[in-house]
Design a protein around this ligand. Structure first.
Ligand SMILES: Cc1ncc(COP(=O)(O)O)c(C=O)c1O
Length: 389
C-alpha cells in the first residue's frame, strides 16, 4: 500500500491531507521523503514559531525527557512552576491552569466562567469565531459547519457579529457570565477588529459584571508582535487562553486568569492527566527564553510590516485580490473568488506551505525567525501561484 492507501485504511478520515509527506524539518524549511524542500509559512498552524527543530527547544525537551517525562498533577515539578511564573509575569494574570491543547484551554475557561458566576450561565461569542472541537468549544465557535451533526449542542451560547459593540451589548442578559473573543479572528479569515473594539468590550464587561475571556490561542505567544495581542489595546482580560506556539512544537495549552477568577476553581473542579507535562513545560520555557533573548517580538513586527509592504506592491492591483491584511506574522489575503485552496495548492507545488481560511482567504503564519530573503522567496512563489491556473 502507498501512503494514501495506508492513511485511508488505518486513519479516521477527518482530515483531507495535502499530497505531501514531511520527513524532517529544520529552521524555516521542511523536507519531504525525496529531499524536496518547502518553505514553511504555516508552521503547523501557528505552532512552530521558532521554526523546526530549534536547538534550544530540542535540547531543553531532550534534557527534560532524560530526567523526568511525566508525573501527573499530583506532584510538583520545577518546569511547571517556572513556566507558570513566566506566564503570570508576562500576562498580568494571577494563575495558570495547564491543558494540552487550545480546545482544552478554552474548555477550562468556559467552565471557570460558569463556576465564577454560579447564578449565570450564558456565554456570548462571535460569528465566524473558532474556539476548538470539543462539544463546548464547537458550540462557542460561531461557524455552523463545525456544529452540524453534533446537536444537541451545549446550552447557553449566543453569537453576535464580530467587531460590533452595539450587537454585543444588545445580546447581554442577566444570565451572561462571560464574553469570549479572539482579538483577531484567525480561522474566520484573519479579521482584525477596530482599534478600540477590545477596550469597548472590556468596558461592557465591567459595566455588566461579565467576565472577559480572550482566546489568544492563535494570536498569543508573540504571533502579532506582542506576547499577547491584548497588549495593543491597553486592557487586561479576566481569562486568557494560550496553546499552539506555547510549547515550541510540543502540545500544551494554558488557561490564565486573575487571582480572583482563578479562585472560583477549588480542588477537584478541573483536571488533566497530562496537563503541566514537564517536557512540554521545559520546551515552553526554552521557547519564551529565545523569544526574549533574540528580541523576536520586534522581529515579528518588522517582518510582518515587510510582508505587507511586499504583498501590497506585488498583489494590490491584481483583480483576484480584495484585501491584504495582517498584524505581526498573522497575514491574510482576501480574494474576490473562491480560489484560496487552489492558490495554496499552487504554492505547495512550487515549494511554499501556506494555508487557507475558507474559500476566499489565503493565510500565512510564518515562523518568527524568517529573514527578508525568505519573504522575498515566498513572494516569488506566491506571484507564480496567482499566475498559474
Ligand atoms: C483561536 C483558536 N482557538 C482555539 C483553537 C483550537 O486549538 P486546538 O486545535 O489546539 O484544540 C484554535 C485552533 O486553530 C484557534 O485558532
Amino acid at each position: 500500500m502507498n501512503t494514501t492507501e495506508r492513511e485511508q485504511r488505518y486513519v479516521f478520515q477527518t482530515y483531507k491531507r495535502f499530497p505531501l509527506k514531511i520527513a524532517r524539518g529544520k529552521g524555516v524549511f521542511v523536507e519531504d521523503e525525496h529531499g524536496k524542500q518547502y518553505l514553511d509559512f504555516l508552521t503547523g498552524i501557528a505552532v512552530n514559531a521558532l521554526g523546526h527543530c530549534h536547538p534550544a527547544i530540542t535540547d531543553a525537551a531532550c534534557a527534560q525527557l532524560r530526567q523526568l517525562s511525566h508525573t501527573s498533577n499530583l506532584y510538583y515539578t520545577e518546569p511547571m512552576l517556572n513556566l507558570a511564573q513566566k506566564l503570570v509575569e508576562r500576562s498580568g494574570m494571577g494563575k495558570v491552569f495547564y491543558a494540552n491543547s487550545g480546545a482544552e484551554a478554552n474548555e477550562a475557561a468556559i467552565k471557570l466562567a460558569r463556576k465564577f458566576h454560579p447564578e449565570k450561565w450564558e456565554i456570548i461569542c462571535c460569528q465566524q469565531s473558532f474556539h476548538g472541537r470539543t462539544l463546548a468549544t464547537i458550540t462557542a465557535t460561531g461557524q455552523p459547519k463545525y456544529q452540524k451533526g453534533f446537536e444537541p449542542l451545549v446550552p447557553g451560547f449566543h453569537h453576535v457579529e464580530f467587531n460590533n459593540i452595539t450587537a454585543l451589548e444588545a445580546a447581554i442578559s442577566e444570565q451572561t457570565a462571560a464574553i469570549m473573543i479572539e482579538p483577531i479572528q484567525g480561522e474566520g479569515g484573519v479579521i482584525i477588529p477596530d482599534k478600540d473594539y477590545l477596550k469597548q468590550v472590556r468596558q461592557l464587561c465591567d459595566r455588566y459584571n461579565i467576565l472577559m475571556i480572550l482566546d489568544e490561542i492563535q494570536t498569543g505567544c508573540g504571533r502579532t508582535g506582542k506576547f499577547f495581542c491584548f497588549e495593543y489595546s491597553g486592557i487586561l482580560p479576566d481569562i486568557v487562553t494560550l496553546a499552539k506556539a506555547l510549547g515550541g512544537g510540543l502540545p500544551i495549552g494554558a488557561c490564565l486568569a486573575t487571582d480572583m477568577v482563578a479562585s472560583a476553581f477549588n480542588y477537584g473542579d478541573h483536571a488533566a492527566t497530562f496537563g503541566a507535562n514537564p517536557v512540554c513545560c521545559a520546551a515552553g520555557l526554552a521557547f519564551i527564553d529565545v523569544l526574549e533573548k533574540e528580541n523576536l517580538l520586534e522581529k515579528c513586527r518588522e517582518s510582518g510590516q515587510y510582508i505587507l509592504q511586499q504583498f501590497n506592491a506585488m498583489l494590490s492591483d491584481n483583480p483576484l485580490v480584495k484585501e491584504i491584511r495582517g498584524l505581526g506574522l498573522m497575514i491574510g489575503i482576501e480574494l474576490n473568488a473562491d480560489i484560496a485552496p487552489q492558490i495554496v495548492m499552487n504554492c505547495l507545488k512550487e515549494g511554499l506551505l501556506i494555508g487557507s481560511a475558507g474559500e476566499k482567504v489565503v493565510r500565512m503564519l510564518p515562523p518568527y525567525i524568517i529573514t527578508k530573503n525568505h519573504i522575498d522567496h515566498a513572494c516569488d512563489i506566491l506571484l507564480r501561484a496567482f499566475k498559474r491556473d
